[in-house]
Design a protein around this ligand. Structure first.
Ligand SMILES: [Zn+2]
Length: 109
């Protein structure tokens, strides 16, 4: 599997390529079947909405985050602060956790 699937909701990530390269944000949603995710404040798109008085919808331009390819982001390690790839290991208590390949710190608390 691609490292994409290793990211989870609420992870802090940094964008490593594309228009928003260098931006950091929190993962809002993961779309595993598409290998994509939505990151807070990243990849804004403008959506033009038509007013619909019957549904009380105001017309105008709505900006919101669009999903981006999970391969364009990397985890920011909560332990060492570096952008990093994620490994997985089994703890003695049987929990499977993700860890930072740089500092070996456990990402999942
Ligand atoms: Zn680390």
């Amino acid at each position: 599997m691609a490292p994409a699937s290793a990211l989870k909701k609420n992870d802090n990530v940094i964008v490593i390529s594309g228009r928003d390269a260098g931006k950091r944000g929190r993962v809002l949603r993961v779309l595993p079947e598409k290998g994509r995710l939505v990151v807070e404040g990243v990849n804004f798109i403008k959506r033009h909405t038509r007013a619909n008085p019957q549904k009380n919808v105001q017309g105008g331009i709505v900006e919101r985050e669009a999903s981006l390819s999970a391969s364009n982001v990397q985890l920011v390690c909560p332990e060492c602060g570096a952008r990093t790839r994620i490994g997985r290991r089994l703890l003695e208590d049987g929990r499977r956790v993700r860890y930072c390949v740089k500092c070996k710190g456990v990402v999942d608390k």
